[in-house]
Every structure is written in C-alpha cells, then in structure tokens.
Design a protein around this ligand. Structure first.
Ligand SMILES: NC(=O)c1ccc[n+]([C@@H]2O[C@H](COP(=O)([O-])OP(=O)(O)OC[C@H]3O[C@@H](n4cnc5c(N)ncnc54)[C@H](OP(=O)(O)O)[C@@H]3O)[C@@H](O)[C@H]2O)c1
Length: 259
C-alpha cells in the first residue's frame, strides 16, 4: 500500500498511465500525473485527487524544470512510472524519418531523462525505506516486430536502459522494474481495429490489467514482468531461441493501413 507516499506517473492522461494512476491512488499513493494535454490531466487529477504538471518527456529542459518543481514540494519520490510512449506503426522503410526520431526520443530517452531528473527524490525515498522505478516497456522490447520496426527498436533500447539501471541502482535501495505488456487496447494503440491478424486480436488485453501488474511488480519486488505471461513470454523465448522461425511469422503479421 502507498501510505501517502508520492508516485510520479508519466503519460497519465490516458490508457495505461491513467489506469495506473487510478490504481495507485486507490491503494493509498499520492500521485503526480505528467503528460502534455492539460485538460485531460486536470480532469483525471480532479477525479482521483491527484496533482498534475504538463511535460513533454522527450524535452530534457522541460523534464528538469518539472522535476525541480515537484521535488521542491515532495523531496522524497517513492515511485517513478516511466510510461509515456507513442506508437510507430509501419516498417523502417515506410514511416516518416521524423517518426523514427520521435519514437526514440519519447519511448527510450524520455525515461532516461526522467530517471536522471528524479534521482534525488528516489534516493531520498530509498534512504527512508525504499524506492521504485517502473519502466513500461513492451513485448516489442524482446521481439523484433517488423510491422512496427522503429517502435520495436525504441522498446529494445528502453529495455536495455531499464536492465542497466536495475543493475546500477541495485545497491542504493532503488528497485527498477520492467513491465512488458503484449497488445493493449488504448487510445494511442487501438489494437482491435489496427491489427490484421485475428489471432493477435484475440490476445489484446485492457489497460486495467497492466495497471494491476505494475502495482503487483512493485509490491512483490518483481524485476521483469510480461503481461500476460501466456502467450507473450513464449514469443520472447522464440525470438531468442529460433530467430529465423520468428522472423518468418512476424513478417506475415501487420496492421491495417493508416497511422
Ligand atoms: N497499448 C499497447 O498495446 C502497449 C503495449 C505495450 C506497451 N505499451 C506502452 O505503454 C505505454 C502507454 O501507452 P498506452 O497504450 O497507454 O497509450 P496511450 O493511451 O496513447 O497513452 C500514452 C500516454 O503517453 C503520453 N505521451 C505521449 N507522448 C508524450 C510525451 N512526449 N511527453 C509526455 N507524455 C507523452 C500521452 O499523453 P499526452 O498526449 O497528453 O502527452 C498519454 O498519456 C507506452 O510506453 C507504450 O509504448 C503499450
């Protein structure tokens, strides 16, 4: 339970971030919500009794400014959820080069800037009993999903960042968790309408399922969690053990046309 400890949740204006903020608040955490859309943040924060700040996590100066404001109010941050992220459907050859840069800046570097900026608050919480960082990666961080190649690459980078940070911070009392969801139906990722494969559409889960997995990872101290375990963990293993077979299957999957 949160016991009034402070959690910063990025990308909290919709989807998994919003569901996570709601779940954490219900369990006694004091949440500070970050994203770019002020109207959405204000409505959610008012509803659940949280605080909010606008911030583009890909902009290092904005992240440093917002972290300074939050740390001035709350010197101790017991949980940072690096959840803000965007899709990049399409192959490396199809999508705009700007989208390739953007998905890298938001999905991978955004979490790096947030960890660096909130580190003093996390260290203070660790000294007082413990602190956690949750990185919302994706099964796409373990498998090369060709129909969203740049997204997959951003998530591979984010997983490497998460694992490196976990090893780096292990001795400080700051636990770093990676949560790897499969397909989740959200505003930015409308999987049930975008995915071509009927089989893949059957495996789509809800944002609430991921929010519960995030809270469980923190409460039970789980380092890396795939949500749900079946069938997605098997795809990660298949990628590692039989990459040729996996590449043939992934090459056949894809999205309906459009962004
Ligand atoms: N849905 C899936 O199938 C799935 C599967 C695995 C992993 N994930 C990961 O889960 C995370 C959340 O995605 P979601 O599915 O919940 O999508 P979503 O509903 O579109 O939510 C994305 C959130 O990120 C915020 N955001 C986007 N760009 C941002 C930026 N530059 N700075 C700050 N906030 C930003 C958005 O808010 P604003 O637009 O207001 O900034 C929004 O709150 C992402 O990291 C995604 O990669 C999703």
């Amino acid at each position: 339970m949160g016991d009034g400890r402070v959690a910063v949740v990025t990308g909290a204006s919709s989807g998994i971030g919003e569901a996570t903020a709601r779940e954490l608040t219900a369990r006694g955490w004091r949440c500070v919500l970050l994203a770019r859309r002020a109207d959405r943040l204000e409505a959610i924060a008012t509803d659940i009794g949280a605080e909010w700040e606008t911030c583009d996590v890909s902009d290092r100066a904005q992240v440093d400014d917002v972290a300074a404001r939050i740390l001035a109010r709350y010197p101790s941050i017991a949980l940072l959820v690096n959840n803000a992220g965007i899709p990049a459907r399409g192959s490396f050859l199809d999508i705009d080069p700007e989208r390739i840069e953007r998905v890298t800046d938001v999905n991978y570097l955004g979490g790096v800037w947030c960890l660096r900026a909130f580190e003093p608050g996390l260290r203070a919480a660790a000294a007082a009993g413990g602190a956690h960082v949750v990185n919302l990666v994706s099964v796409a961080g373990t498998v090369a999903f060709a129909p969203a190649g740049a997204y997959s690459a951003s998530k591979h980078a984010q997983l490497a960042f998460s694992r490196s940070a976990a090893a780096l911070l292990r001795s400080t009392g700051i636990q770093v968790h990676a949560v790897l969801p499969g397909f989740v139906e959200t505003e930015g990722f409308p999987q049930r309408t975008k995915l071509r494969s009927r089989l893949l559409r059957r495996w789509v889960i809800e944002a609430d399922d991921v929010a519960k997995a995030i809270v469980k990872a923190v409460e039970k101290g789980k380092g890396e969690v795939t949500v749900p375990w079946f069938p997605y963990r098997l795809t990660s293993v298949a990628q590692a053990v039989v990459p040729g077979v996996f590449a043939r299957l992934a090459g056949r999957a894809g999205y309906h046309r459009g962004e």
